[in-house]
Design a protein around this ligand. Structure first.
Ligand code: COS
Length: 386
């Protein structure tokens, strides 16, 4: 553990209070205005949420994976847009540099990412490349002491706010697959880098995504993450292994919150002369939801502990992400059902959380990609025993 037990307990209870007293009450405002109020972003910075996982040497808390998921179980209880604000700094927008960056890259960027002064974004997806991440079309052509980037990245979370992008681009056009891809740390304001319009989304209002366009964008050779070409896809996969556990933990948090919401509603709303909570058909929904949330919590914690112990957890991370994101989808759906007509009305949070939860089954690898990762490993293991 990076933190002693008392400090960890204190951190978790501070986060819980912040979620209950500051974030959940601000949900209607965020969903109406499609923005996280600056006062809340400032409080997130003060609490150190941008630096939960950045190494201590660079101003972060350096949480272990287990500590991170414990924190995210709490943070996940608020509408997902809040977590999105700092999650790219905790995860995919920072980890590429933390895991594979050169000492100079770490010293240059990690302190700003840890404090939240710089927002980090992870730019892998493209208009024609989503699940097939090895087929990145954006190019990075070496030109003396520079690389020249060309291409478009799509659905890049936090891009409208980002000061730094981890960009996957093909340095070797002769290599069509993953081995021709390299990762770059590209700063906002670099000539040739521009942003598209923020997308209008189904849910998660307050979290922003847009295109990032590279048009002869010239970056110094020192921007190549790790200083070695051809490692970008592996960097992306390492980042996603960790990111998928983070997302799974967020799904657990949201599941637990929604279960609280459904019960709070069911004990006070009466039909046929008694509270909804007394009806066995609804009780089955409470029980299924609880069992699924509990199973997801156990999976996430087990995978996190294994990762902290140095094990390769690609399969466990995919299992946890797949199970927890599918579970929160079912739980959010039951919550709408339990709320009946009110479940379809904006004033109640059920419909918003239902829309918000839908994205968990898609980003950082769809459920089908998680199935591929899991099945591929199982088949390879079986073949190795022949
Ligand atoms: N950690 C480290 N290295 C990894 C890795 C991991 N988790 N997963 C794969 N690699 C390595 C492999 O070992 C292989 O290395 P070698 O060439 O040295 O053998 C290389 O990366 C290519 O691996 P693989 O052949 O498995 O790649 P595929 O093109 O078949 O891609 C999937 C595999 C589909 C799993 C990958 O493309 C993927 O995860 N896609 C989803 C991407 C995603 O999540 N997109 C969402 C947007 S990002 S927010």
């Amino acid at each position: 553990m990076a933190l002693d037990k008392d400090t960890l307990d204190q951190l978790i209870s501070t986060i819980r209070r912040f979620v209950d007293e500051r974030l959940i009450p601000a949900e209607p405002e965020v969903s109406e205005t499609d923005a996280i109020p600056e006062r809340i972003v400032a409080e997130m910075r003060e609490l150190g949420l941008f630096g939960l996982t950045a190494p201590e040497d660079f101003g972060g808390l350096g949480l272990t994976m287990e500590e991170e998921v414990l924190a995210v179980f709490e943070l996940g209880r608020a509408a997902p847009a809040f977590r999105s604000m700092f999650a790219t700094n905790v995860g995919i927008g920072m980890q590429g540099i933390a895991i594979d960056g050169t000492p100079e890259q770490k010293a240059k960027y990690l302190p700003g990412l840890a404090s939240g002064e710089i927002i980090g974004s992870f730019a892998l997806t493209e208009p024609d490349v989503g699940s097939d991440a090895g087929s990145v079309k954006t190019t990075a052509r070496r030109d003396g002491d520079h690389y020249i980037l060309n291409g478009t990245k799509r659905f890049i979370t936090n891009a409208p706010h980002a000061g730094l992008f981890t960009v996957m681009a093909r340095t070797d056009p002769a290599q069509k697959g993953a081995s021709g891809v390299s990762a770059f740390a590209v700063e906002r304001g670099t000539p040739g880098l521009s942003l598209g319009k923020p997308e209008k989304k189904m849910g998660q209002q307050g979290a922003h995504v847009c295109d990032v366009i590279f048009d002869n964008c010239r970056v110094p050779a020192s921007a190549l993450i790790g200083g070695v070409e051809g490692q970008g896809f592996k960097t992306a996969m390492k980042v996603l292994d960790k990111g998928r556990l983070h997302i799974a933990a967020a799904c657990v948090g949201l599941s637990e919150r929604i279960i609280d919401d459904m019960l709070a509603y069911a004990v006070q709303r009466t039909q046929f002369g008694k509270p909804l909570a007394e009806f066995q058909l609804l009780q089955a929904m409470f029980a299924d939801s609880k069992a699924e949330a509990y199973a997801a919590r156990c999976m996430v914690l087990d995978a996190a502990r294994k990762r902290d112990a140095g094990e390769n957890v690609s399969v466990e991370a995919s299992c946890a992400k797949m199970f927890a994101s599918e579970a929160v989808g079912r739980i959010a759906d039951r919550n709408v059902q339990i709320h009946g007509g009110n479940g379809y009305i904006r004033e109640y949070r059920a419909e918003q959380l239902f829309r918000d939860a839908r994205l968990f089954r898609i980003y950082e690898g769809t459920t089908q990609i998680q199935q591929i990762v899991i099945a591929k490993a199982l088949v390879a293991e079986a073949k190795s025993k022949l």
